[in-house]
Design a protein around this ligand. Structure first.
Ligand code: SF4
Ligand code: FES
Length: 718
């Protein structure tokens, strides 16, 4: 430690730290544009000039290390003159368009100009003009406003690990540009909106829709990155106008994924409904609560409950109480749809709080960067901070790590259990991330068995977040179809796009006498005539509690920040309404449902096509369509990585004559077809096809005819 003096007050400082770091720690503000605590030091804006005892001229505080006895002045006349000169220099080319700039009201340049700049400029030549860039559907550009601080460039190369933006030219000809005019592909790229100190980079979907002073803000918890980052909701007219990070730059959850920043566009009022509905041949019809209660009071058989994993803890508790009071022993244990794919866990996993103590990391599953962008970012940091360590990944496709310390093994899934067991026998001291994806349950079971001895160092991640260790142990070990036919199935937060790729759930839902779905949005078609929808609040219309990823046992909460329309209630409110007539005498259930519902593949008749070379099909969850919020976010669906997952991924050895981008028809053995664009993926194991479930285009392909073997044909567009 050394002692320095800032504005004549003594402070202890870590040797080697920069003046600006010490000043920030003790609460003395030094103006800055290019400096950011999470990025490397560029020292190119010169806004942070301070006077020191070590140099005759002002020096940049962000790039000057402290030394014993150093005296620093941050607001002397010399410093003020330097700051004002720097501002005048920056404003030479910066347009004075604050009245129409989205950054107005929170622009660092605007604020500092008000504090330090002259009221006039010595410059009377024309300002330069710079063409705008197309960075994709999330980030709007107004490059005349750029002051070349290079924060966005450094974010790309140092944090997102993609050099997508760079600086070209020198002096007045310097310009920030995107490589090859391509759109930003990183699933965390929208952090540059917060990083840009001026209005050069702003939110494209929300451009010109609100000013900062119009927003009310409230603290929240990120719902879609799995690590539960701290976010700030900005609210205007009962909608979320934008989302920003609430963490301090030095905290580990400072960066947000694009899913969390722009997923909120899916919190829409389109296709919301505010009265119970029942499916009929003429579509959805209004239904009275009395009728629902009568049905529920007559239930005799098993009551099964399937949830989306985003359902909050308080809602689960309300549901548990309702099931116990209404149905007693007739109610089965509540199940999460995601867990249903992975029924073989009989071990307790942990959170990765001891990651840096681990010698190596094993990642099981591919698409890690898009499924878990923030966890992937932390793994990159793990590699940077632990030079001798490395990551081994076993997957179906190549992930983008950009590091020689990551060894990727691309293998057909049936080979995974042996490779995992072999790796773990040789590497006891490793941490495991299992990005669970929809493979057949036998393979899942073998992987789970291979991992069970190492459970204390294993974190299991579904596409919408980590599985809570508390829920992992002793998962259900039998298929839904092996159990007695349910009389009632209650679903919460699920839509057909969530269950259509799950044959077992699909069949179980069709077999039930009554399906009662609590859902925020009305979907196009019900399952059968006893399918009821009850209007549910979206997460921000009620307080919610989430499990913290970094602090085991700690809960994170957010308050209710949006007002639901009349008739839309949260789950606990619905539970009370439905339980109100518990005392009434039971009446026989009105059995309108004719039980003809499900035509299974086996009952559907002979196979229509005789395929000699059947392909191995994997259905994985679309990372931009993991729930009803994300799949309704138009901007997110247009990102390059989401567009990629809307295609059918085909290995290069399958019908090589079909080019990348061509339209194909995917037939299952019963002649059902999915039409989509092809993405040729050279790294896929041979004979493999990946289809991404959860979005509207692929949903009709699954359902009752779901088969694992398919044939591909080029689709002739008429
Ligand atoms: S676009 Fe914004 S963040 Fe990037 S260099 Fe310009 S001012 Fe800095
Ligand atoms: S903040 Fe120090 S030079 Fe830019």
């Amino acid at each position: 430690m050394v002692q320095i003096y800032i504005n004549d007050c003594p402070y202890d400082a870590k040797e080697g730290s920069m003046i600006i770091e010490v000043a920030d720690r003790v609460g003395i503000h030094i103006p800055r544009f290019c400096y950011h605590p999470n990025l490397s030091i560029a020292a190119n804006c010169r806004m942070c000039l301070v006077e020191t005892s070590a140099a005759p001229r002002p020096v940049p505080a962000c790039a000057t290390p402290v030394s014993e006895g150093l005296r620093v002045q941050t607001c002397s006349d010399k410093v003020k003159a330097a700051q004002s000169a720097v501002l005048e220099f920056l404003l030479i080319n910066h347009p004075l368009d604050c009245p129409v700039c989205d950054q107005g009201g929170e622009c660092e340049l605007q604020d500092l100009t008000m504090q330090h700049a002259h009221s006039h400029s010595h410059f009377d030549e024309e300002k330069r003009t710079v063409p705008n860039l197309n960075l994709g559907p999330l980030v709007a550009t107004e490059m005349n406003r750029c002051i070349h601080c290079t924060r966005c460039v450094r974010f790309g190369s140092e944090i997102a690990d993609r050099k997508e933006i760079g600086a070209l030219g020198r002096g007045e000809y310097t310009r920030i540009t995107n490589a090859l005019e391509s759109q930003l592909e990183s699933p965390i790229s929208s952090n540059i909106i917060d990083l840009c100190p001026v209005g050069a980079l702003t939110s494209k979907p929300k451009r010109f829709t609100g000013r900062t002073w119009e927003y009310q803000s409230a603290p929240g918890v990120a719902m879609h990155d799995g690590t539960r980052a701290k976010v700030q909701w900005h609210i205007k007219a009962n909608t979320i106008a934008r989302v920003s990070s609430r963490a301090q730059p030095t905290e580990h959850d400072y960066w947000l994924s694009d899913r969390d920043r722009f997923g909120m566009l899916g919190l829409t009022n389109l296709d919301r409904f505010n009265t119970p509905l029942r499916w009929s041949s003429e579509g959805w019809k209004r239904l009275s609560i009395d009728d629902i209660q009568q049905w529920l009071l007559s239930v005799e058989g098993p009551v099964r409950t399937l949830l989306h994993s985003s359902v909050s803890r308080s809602d689960r508790a309300a549901l548990n109480g309702f099931l116990f009071n209404m149905f007693g022993s007739k109610a089965e244990r509540i199940e999460e749809l995601t867990h249903r794919h992975f029924p073989w866990f009989d071990f307790a996993t942990t959170w990765p709080y001891n990651l840096n103590d681990m010698k190596n990391v094993l990642v099981i599953g591919s698409s890690f960067e898009t499924d878990h962008p923030i966890v992937a970012l932390h793994l990159r940091n793990y590699l940077k901070n632990n030079h001798d360590n490395h990551i081994v990944q076993i997957g179906l496709t190549h992930d983008r790590w950009n590091s020689s310390k990551v060894e990727q093994k691309i293998l057909p899934v049936e080979q995974w259990p042996d490779v995992i067991a072999d790796f773990l026998s040789k590497n006891k001291d490793c941490y495991i991330f299992w990005n669970v994806q929809s493979f057949d349950s036998e393979t899942q079971k073998e992987i789970a068995q291979a991992l069970s001895e190492h459970a204390k160092n294993c974190c299991v991640l579904g596409v919408d977040g980590p599985f809570d260790p508390a829920f992992m142990k002793g998962r259900m070990q039998e298929s839904l179809l092996d159990r007695p036919k349910p009389e009632v199935i209650i679903t919460v937060g699920l839509e057909p796009a969530d269950w259509n790729s799950d044959m077992e759930v699909y069949r179980a839902l069709h077999q039930a006498d009554l399906v009662m779905s609590f859902t925020a949005h009305q979907y196009a078609q019900g399952l059968h005539t006893n399918h009821i929808l009850l209007p549910l609040t979206i997460p921000l219309e009620q307080a919610n509690t989430y499990q913290s990823f970094w602090l085991p046992g700690e809960l994170m909460t957010h308050e209710k920040v949006l007002q639901p329309d009349e008739g839309i209630y949260d789950l606990s409110h619905w539970m009370q309404i439905l339980q109100e007539k518990r005392h009434l005498i039971k009446r026989p259930i009105e059995r309108l449902h004719s039980h003809q519902a499900l035509v299974t593949s086996a009952e559907k008749g002979p196979i229509q096509k005789d395929f000699s070379r059947l392909k191995r099909l994997h259905i994985l969850k679309h990372p931009a369509a993991t729930d009803y919020i994300l799949r309704r976010s138009p901007a997110l669906q247009k990102t390059p990585w989401a567009q990629d997952c809307s295609k059918i991924w085909i290995a290069s050895d399958i019908t090589p004559s079909i080019p990348d981008g061509a339209s194909v028809e995917l037939f299952d053995t019963y002649g059902n077809a999915l039409i989509g664009k092809v993405k040729r993926v050279a790294s896929l194991p041979s004979n493999t096809i990946i289809v991404w479930s959860g979005h509207q285009e692929s949903a009709p392909f699954f359902g009752p005819y779901w088969q694992t073997l398919v044939e591909v044909f080029e689709h002739a567009i008429s």
